[in-house]
Design a binder for this molecule. Structure first.
Ligand SMILES: C[S@@+](CC[C@H](N)C(=O)[O-])C[C@H]1O[C@@H](n2cnc3c(N)ncnc32)[C@H](O)[C@@H]1O
Length: 363
C-alpha cells in the first residue's frame, strides 16, 4: 500500500512530544537561518559593506549607504539582519563591527580571515546535478561546479596556508627548509588556486614551484595569484604529469580524499620521487567513523560539504573510491601508502591547524 498519509500514533509508536517538537522545529529554522545569513554575509563582501563598516564605527544606515554608493533602505535592512545575528553591535540606530568580525571578514592579512567562505550560494544547477548523482552514482568534479567554487574552497585554508604553512608545517619536516633554501623542485598536485604554492615560492626564491590541477578555473586563479613570482608556474594536470618533473618535494593539500583513484595517485607519486624525495600530504583529521568524528566542531558542515563537493569529486568517475571529506583517517592513509610502495609515514599534527593532519611520506 502506498499512502501520503502519516501513520497514526499508536501505543507502540507515540506521536511527537509537543515540547521536543517545538525545539526541533526551532533547530530546523536555525539551519535555514544559517543558509540565509550566509547569503547576506556574501552580499556584504560583494558590496563592500563589511569594509565600509570597519572603516566607520558607529555608522548609521544613511552614512553607510553614502559611503558604499548603495540605496539606504536596502543597507538598513542588511544592517538589521547582521545586527539581529549579533555579527554587528547595534546601539540607538548606530552600528559597529567588532574587532573579531573585522579580522574574520575584512582584514585579508589576518590568519583568521575567511570572508571568501561565503561565496555565492549553491546554484539550482549544482543541486539538480547532485540529486541526479544520488541516482546515477556519478558525481561532479570540482571544476564542474564553476569558477566560484575554487575561491570558496581556497578561503577555507588560505589564512593558515599564508601564515603557518611555511614556518610551522614545512618547518616540522627535518632538513626541508635548508633544502628549499638551497633550491629544490616542488610540485603541488591539486594546487587549487595556488595559495600554498605561492607561499612556498615566495619564501624560497631559489626553489622552483610547479602547481598542477585538473581544474581550468583553479589554474586561472592560481596564475593570477602568482603573477609576480618568477619561480612559480601553474598548469592543468594531475598526478600523471609528475613523471619527468623530477620533484624533490611533492605537496598534496586537501586533495586525496577527493580523488576517484587515490591509490593510483599515490603510486604515481612513488614512481616520480627519488629515494631522498619527500611527499607532504595534508588531509582532514578524520577519526574514522561518524561517531568518532562528532568531536569535530564543524562535522555537520564537513559531511554536508562532502555531499556536494568532496564525495562528489571522489565519485566523479564510475567506480570511484568515494572517500569524501572525512573518509581518509590515519590508518587508511598508512595502509594505502604501504600498498603504493612507500616505506615511511610520519604523522604531524599542529595545534595552529586543528583541521588538518599532515603526513610526511618517504619512499
Ligand atoms: C579541496 S581542493 C584543494 C585545493 C588546494 N590544494 C587547497 O588546499 O586550497 C581539491 C583540489 O583537487 C583537485 N583535483 C581533483 N582531482 C584531481 C586529480 N586527479 N589530480 C590532481 N588534483 C585533483 C581539484 O580540482 C581541487 O582543486
Amino acid at each position: 500500500m502506498t499512502s501520503t498519509e502519516p501513520p497514526a500514533p499508536s501505543a507502540s509508536r507515540p506521536g511527537p512530544d509537543p515540547t521536543r517538537l517545538g525545539e526541533v522545529v526551532l533547530d530546523l529554522y536555525r539551519i535555514k537561518q544559517g543558509e540565509m545569513l550566509a547569503a547576506v554575509i556574501h552580499l556584504g563582501n560583494r558590496l563592500g559593506l563589511w569594509s565600509a563598516l570597519a572603516a566607520q564605527p558607529g555608522t548609521d544606515p544613511a552614512a553607510l549607504a553614502e559611503r558604499t554608493g548603495l540605496q539606504e533602505r536596502w543597507v538598513r535592512e542588511w544592517l538589521h539582519a547582521v545586527a539581529a545575528a549579533d555579527l554587528v553591535v547595534h546601539e540607538a540606530g548606530r552600528f559597529t563591527l567588532p574587532p573579531e568580525l573585522e579580522a574574520a571578514l575584512v582584514d585579508t592579512t589576518h590568519p583568521a580571515h575567511m570572508a571568501g567562505v561565503f561565496g555565492p550560494p549553491l546554484t539550482h544547477r549544482e543541486v539538480d546535478r547532485t540529486a541526479e548523482a544520488f541516482r546515477t552514482g556519478v558525481g561532479m568534479t570540482w571544476d564542474e561546479h564553476g569558477e566560484h567554487t575554487c575561491h570558496i574552497q581556497t578561503a577555507m585554508g588560505a589564512g593558515l596556508q599564508q601564515s603557518v604553512f611555511v614556518p610551522v608545517v614545512l618547518g616540522a619536516v627535518a632538513g626541508l627548509h635548508e633544502r628549499l633554501g638551497a633550491g629544490a623542485t616542488v610540485v603541488d598536485v591539486g594546487c587549487g588556486s595556488g595559495v600554498a604554492a605561492c607561499a612556498v615560492a615566495r619564501a624560497f626564491p631559489a626553489s622552483t614551484v610547479i602547481g598542477l590541477d585538473p581544474s581550468g578555473h583553479a589554474i586561472e586563479a592560481a596564475r593570477q595569484r602568482g603573477a609576480d613570482l618568477a619561480n612559480a608556474t601553474f598548469r592543468t594536470g594531475t598526478f600523471d604529469e609528475l613523471e619527468g618533473l623530477d620533484p624533490d618535494l611533492v605537496l598534496t593539500i586537501d586533495v586525496l580524499h577527493d580523488l576517484p583513484r587515490p591509490l593510483e595517485a599515490m603510486r604515481a607519486v612513488r614512481a616520480a620521487l627519488a629515494d631522498d624525495g619527500v611527499w607532504l600530504v595534508a588531509d582532514i583529521r578524520s577519526r574514522g567513523d561518524l561517531e568518532a568524528n562528532r568531536v569535530i566542531p564543524v562535522a555537520p558542515l564537513m559531511y554536508a560539504m562532502s555531499v556536494f563537493y568532496c564525495l562528489s569529486s571522489s565519485l566523479s568517475e564510475p567506480g570511484g573510491a568515494g572517500l569524501g571529506t572525512l573518509g581518509l583517517d590515519a590508518a587508511t592513509f598508512r595502509s594505502l601508502a604501504a600498498e603504493a610502495g612507500f616505506s615511511s609515514v610520519t604523522v604531524h599534527e599542529h595545534d595552529v591547524d586543528p583541521t588538518n593532519r599532515y603526513y610526511e611520506v618517504r619512499p
